[in-house]
Write a protein that binds this ligand. Sequence first.
Ligand code: SAM
Length: 406
Amino acid sequence: MARELPSWTAIEHLVDRISAQRIRARRLLIFVGSSDDPLGATGISVHIVEMKRAHDIDESATKRLRRDGVNDTQGKEIVRQVADHYSARSNQTREQREASPIIHLKKLNNWIKSVLIQIYTQRGDTVLDMACGKGGDLIKWDKASIGYYVGIDIAEGSIEDARKRYNGETDHARGRRDFGFPAKLICADCFEVDLEKILKDDGLFNVCSVQFAMHYSWDTEERARRAFRNVSAILQPGGCFIGTMPDADVLVRKLRDAPELEFGNRVYRVRFDEKYSEKQFPSSTPYGIQYEFHLEDAVDCPEWLVPFQCFKSLAAEYGLELVFKSNFHSFVKQYCQQKDFADLMRKLGALGDSAAGDAITDDEWDAAYIYLVFVFRKSGNKPPRPRSSRGTYKIISPDEVIYIPQ
Ligand SMILES: C[S@@+](CC[C@H](N)C(=O)[O-])C[C@H]1O[C@@H](n2cnc3c(N)ncnc32)[C@H](O)[C@@H]1O
């Protein structure tokens, strides 16, 4: 389709962004300009050709980059593999979501995150959502009446989906006019970059949330330390660090109970490498313990075991004190005792309705058992909460998303 010629500066800017930051462009612009235009090409019209997601098409380019040494370590390849995996998972329609074989587990996860957010967030709080994915928690933050939101994720496809969700362009947001808070979206590896620098104009945050993602930092001690250094640096004293991740104690117990190096059920599967055939994990080497994780209709990538004792000790080194830790099963039992949360559970339909033959399955409930909830508090005296508004809701254009080179 013919479109008008973009300005030369805009073209230069785009080319710079794609080459310097290795953004795997989701749109390719092909210009065929008239001979007197700055491009100096022959022809008369301008075409914009849409590409599929870059990783579908650009696999050979990615491999080339890796061979050239851009992603020269195995660790970096796995980081990219994880990012590509999540990038590829596009937004589902409401109907597709309801048809998911793990619909009750997804709703249960949402209930757990909602409860955490409601307990540890106050009206007007500023929130950093690390590994925010497709912005699946935006509505939860809105319900908690936060004052400002920054979402960061390594997967460019997910950040784009989060942008659309925030802008009210997806069916998740159907019927919504806008969110009650301004937001910023960043595409970056938050276990590699220096978030204190990147977020220096945003001041300190009241809450940092890392949902279902902190374990992706556990491939090396360096990355795990960077993750905690980032969390600690952006939190104000007294601020909360809340999250969910796999429960290593449960994973190791299930591994030891399994005849081989693999276990799971109809909705999830975990497989450890032969090098762990002894099923021993000495506390002296707590990083880089990799397993393959498959969760039906959700996850299919390598993950890292996070021994909680080590997680807690490392957090303490960065001034983060453990407040609360609970396996999902005990968390559900504990918070279902509270009327508001039990009502929310019913409203979401997370446990389903056994009388109607629509209850959470045993396999889903067993899959929930492999996760835990954690809450840390940044040490130091709590200053008065900043109540100043950081502006009002304004949709985010593609150009306003910040891309940090990876
Ligand atoms: C299971 S999803 C959870 C998404 C979201 N937090 C939620 O609860 O819906 C894990 C997310 O972690 C992101 N992620 C993994 N490694 C990351 C990294 N190094 N930096 C930023 N995000 C990362 C993935 O791209 C993915 O969006």
